[in-house]
Write a new protein. Structure first.
Length: 147
């Protein structure tokens, strides 16, 4: 009789534990989605673009952008001269979005020139801001290491 009671109590505890665990996971997922939408890549882009004022740091940044996007360094250099107000980080985001959406880079550069933020442009094209932020972080670190 004692064994049946212990088994019943243990089974009830396990079932309750699984129910609570499953209920707890839902809010965590919702919070994770909520946090992801709060990422503002424009702040990181501004920080990176501020770093590229130094010629040697800019060369390291261009190499990092080329590495992250698989775009030849010569093309990055040419686009940087053609669009000096965009900065290295803006060029990176434009190329990253172009790769994922199969749209031309110029489309994203023009959208940014009309006043849209990079976060808005990336979100409108269903880009994962967390992934972009991680890649921008690597570019920023490469530039900081060059100092």
């Amino acid at each position: 009789m004692k064994n049946k009671t212990i088994v019943a109590v243990t089974a009830a505890a396990l079932l309750t534990g699984f129910t609570v665990s499953a209920a707890d996971k839902q809010p965590v997922r919702e919070r994770a989605d909520h946090v992801e939408t709060k990422i503002d890549i424009d702040k990181r882009i501004q920080a990176i673009n501020h770093l590229d004022n130094n010629a040697s740091v800019m060369r390291h940044g261009m190499a990092a952008v080329s590495k992250e996007t698989a775009v030849p360094l010569a093309k990055i250099e040419a686009e940087h001269k053609e669009h000096p107000n965009v900065g290295l980080a803006g060029l990176f985001v434009a190329h990253e979005l172009a790769t994922r959406t199969h749209k031309p880079v110029e489309q994203f550069l023009k959208a940014h020139a009309t006043g849209k933020s990079w976060t808005e442009i990336a979100t409108a094209n269903n880009e994962n801001l967390g992934t972009l932020d991680a890649k921008l972080s690597r570019i920023e670190q490469a530039m900081r290491d060059a100092k």
